[in-house]
Write a protein that binds this ligand. Structure first.
Ligand SMILES: N[C@@H](CCC(=O)N[C@@H](CS)C(=O)NCC(=O)O)C(=O)O
Length: 256
């Protein structure tokens, strides 16, 4: 009998997108349940917490995207997320730790806290609210307040405060792209590995989701000599829309 797999989250969360990519990569059918960030207890009350993603398989559930990857590999060893053997696992874990502590906070969250709160920022925030609301309806006044909600969310503040905020935002983002290039090495996948892993799925969604749903319309990495081919390679192991959003949200089509 096939297991009943449910992913709980909001797809604007980088960690939720990471887990949806795991499931698609492994070819595991699953249901997506949209969680309201303002009323998480309605859907994930059973977990005793407010954090997404939560992955439920039959009667068991786990939180935290990296341990979820280990759990999936233990249950479904084909197409491992943690590579083949200890040496590969160490490489993947090292890049995944960097993604959680540096790339995701620096590329995704810091601009909500330290970036200019101009019209472009507000438009992006409202677009994010619209996407969240398509999974779990947000009242209009909360959607309107989304630029402030994301700028002041405690978990975002906490993650950003762990960064060295004396480094200017733009310089940090340029450094992170250089570090990503170094992690790719000679490829074809991150860590120089021959198959995609949890490390690729920690990063790829953070770049491609923003582009595909129109949060950014000019993806400069498409001009990058090694990262653009890597994006294409990782994307080719997944469906074109692995984001648990309706096709109507995809405004920039697959660029390759
Ligand atoms: N280490 C966790 C981080 C997950 C996380 O920070 N989730 C955020 C959304 S991006 C969240 O649920 N924040 C609300 C909260 O913690 O109450 C993972 O890798 O899954």
């Amino acid at each position: 009998m096939t297991a009943d797999i449910t992913l709980y989250g909001y797809t604007t969360s980088p960690f939720v997108r990471k887990v949806s990519c795991y499931l698609y990569y492994k070819g595991l059918p699953f249901n997506f349940v949209g969680v309201s960030p303002v009323e998480p207890d309605k859907t994930i009350g059973f977990s005793g917490g407010t954090q997404v993603p939560v992955l439920k398989i039959d009667d068991e559930w786990r939180t935290d995207s990296s341990p979820i990857g280990h759990w999936l590999d233990a249950l479904y060893p084909e197409k491992p997320l943690l590579g083949k053997g200890e040496a590969e696992r160490d490489i993947i874990t090292n890049i995944d730790d960097w993604a959680s502590a540096q790339f995701i906070p620096g590329m995704i969250f810091r601009s909500a806290v330290d970036g200019e709160k101009n019209e472009a920022f507000k438009k992006r925030a409202w677009r994010l609210a619209e996407i969240v609301s398509s999974g779990a309806t947000l009242p209009d006044h909360i959607q309107k307040a989304w630029p402030d909600v994301i700028a002041t969310a405690p978990f975002i503040q906490h993650m950003v405060n762990e960064l060295d905020r004396t480094e200017p935002l733009l310089a940090m983002q340029q450094r992170l792209i250089m570090e990503l290039t170094a992690h790719l090495g000679d490829g074809p996948f991150l860590g120089g590995l021959s198959a995609p892993s949890l490390a690729d799925f920690a990063i790829y969604p953070q770049i491609m989701f923003n582009y595909q749903v129109g949060l950014i319309n000019d993806l400069i990495l498409l001009q990058h000599p090694t990262l653009a081919p890597w994006l294409e390679r990782v994307g080719n192991t997944l469906p074109r829309n692995p984001w648990c959003v309706d096709e109507s949200f995809i405004v920039n089509k697959w660029p390759f």
